[in-house]
Design a binder for this molecule. Structure first.
Ligand code: ADP
Length: 446
């Protein structure tokens, strides 16, 4: 097992990883930008190193600086967390080149699944159903017109290097193709330094269903069930739950098996998530995230399995400590993302937290790095807390969530708590009548 892990991340996920390390008796090194000196995991880690100025490009994405910190402190592994360098093939290779273990999959899987066009092709070749679309990158408006005629409107342009819902543009008819194509390309270039875009049929009524998988280097692959992440804003998740109200027992089995088979064919080792759209009883693969996900806690609470601990064990060469038949799904779990942003416009709201009170009690898990008087900086992701609620069934889970959200106090900055308070009382949410477009359509009337 590793002796000392450098956590190449910040915020709530860095605290989460640090907790797993402490439990496993592994020493921790926090790295941080100048402004993040007083971040919670920096205070809790055994050692800390400042890796650069506030802009992420100069600190959390600064490979040379992170590698020097790992060497200076004598780390034998680096956990990249989520976002930042977690899916960066070059980083994974350089970490390995320094004789340090990258806690993540083989770099070739980061590359293959990181290119969303290649990922879809690979999955289709394994018999995984994919969303209908262009077979590769779309190079011209004329080509886009031809493909749109073939697959039918509305269509969606997506960034091949995409992430975080960026670089996506819808065209409802021929007249909208040119501007959607240009906008998608421009956004993709500015966000990912790659203007390669592809096209997909834009589904009108789907749920976002994803499957959490874990596999070790000995060919053992298991899944921890699905998560329904259909409540989204700007193509980004804001509530995640398991099990999904949209799936029957049989459909759950089908998607679990599809995911396991694909991962076996890939020869993938580590934790990962296969994301699908689900409409009219059909699953369509969108992408695979080759890392830990923000919403991993939902599956942890549902199954009692510590995904981060397993991820670290697998990276150190150990076998999975359980088999598929050991995985038990208990009750219902819903996660609410609390973001430092306006609950109406979703514009970021950085600033000082003047007052803070987190709910508690049986079945309430809080993953957060916040403390009173902490100042949320304007430079990074707006996620400040995850409220993960577990109960015997969905109705109890929603009632418990109402109480927890009512107890929650985060003063001084705008945040999404009030939105969640409305959502848990909304009839469509209570009845499970929603799809990925629901929040956008209903936000004004909440
Ligand atoms: P990213 O990597 O940027 O998160 P994804 O491919 O995972 O991109 O898509 C993010 C979200 O965008 C999905 O959860 C879904 O809500 C929406 N989306 C993606 N592809 C489609 C599609 N073909 N039709 C409708 N919505 C889509």
């Amino acid at each position: 097992m590793f002796r000392k892990i450098l956590i190449a991340n910040r915020g709530e996920i860095a605290v989460r990883i640090l907790r797993a390390c402490k439990m496993m008796g592994i020493k921790t090194v926090a790295v941080h930008s100048v402004i993040d000196e007083a971040l919670m995991h920096v205070r809790l880690a055994d050692e800390s190193v400042c890796i650069g100025p506030d802009k992420a490009a100069d600190s959390y994405l600064n490979i040379a600086s992170i590698l020097s910190a790992a060497e200076l402190t004598g780390c034998d592994a680096i956990h990249p967390g989520v976002g930042f360098l977690s899916e960066n093939e070059k980083f994974a290779k350089m970490v390995a080149g320094h004789g340090i273990k990258f806690i993540g999959p083989d770099p070739r899987h980061l590359a293959e699944m990181g290119d969303k066009i290649l990922a879809k092709k690979t999955m289709a070749s394994y018999g995984v159903p994919v969303v209908k679309g262009s077979n590769g990158n779309v190079q011209s408006i004329d080509e886009a017109m031809d493909i749109a005629e073939e697959i039918g409107y509305p269509i969606l342009f997506k960034a091949a290097s995409g992430g975080g819902g960026k670089g996506m543009k819808v065209a409802n008819s021929t007249s909208e193709i040119e501007s959607a194509f240009k906008l998608a390309k421009a956004e993709s270039k500015s966000s990912f330094n790659d203007d390669t875009v592809y096209m997909e049929r834009y589904l009108q009524n789907p749920r976002h269903i994803e499957v959490q998988i874990i596999s070790d280097a000995f060919g053992n692959v298991i899944h921890l069930g699905e998560r329904d992440c259909s409540i989204q804003r700007n193509h980004q998740k804001i509530i995640e739950e398991a099990p999904s109200t949209a799936l029957s027992h049989d459909q759950r089995k089908v998607i679990g098996e599809i995911a396991i088979n694909a991962v076996k064919r890939l020869g993938y080792v580590g934790v990962g998530t296969l994301e699908f759209l689900y409409e009219n009883n059909e699953f369509f693969f969108m992408e695979m995230n080759t890392r830990l996900q923000v919403e991993h806690g939902v599956s942890e609470e549902l199954t009692g399995i510590d995904i981060v601990k397993e991820q670290i064990r697998i990276a150190s060469g150990e076998r999975l400590s359980f088999s598929q038949s050991d995985v038990q799904f208990s009750g219902h779990v819903i996660e609410f993302r609390i973001n430092a942003e306006s609950p109406d416009t979703f514009l970021p709201s950085p600033g000082k937290v003047d007052e803070l009170f987190f709910p508690g009690g049986n079945g309430i898990r809080i993953d957060s790095h916040l403390y009173r008087d902490y100042t949320v900086p304007p430079f990074y992701d707006s996620l400040i807390a995850k409220i993960i609620v577990h109960a015997d069934n969905r109705a109890d889970c929603l009632s418990k969530a109402m109480g927890a959200l009512d107890e929650l106090v985060i003063d001084g900055i705008l945040n999404t708590t009030d939105l969640h308070k409305k959502l848990v009382r909304n009839n469509d949410i209570i009845l499970g009548n929603f799809n990925i477009h629901w929040l956008e359509k209903n936000l004004g009337g909440l």
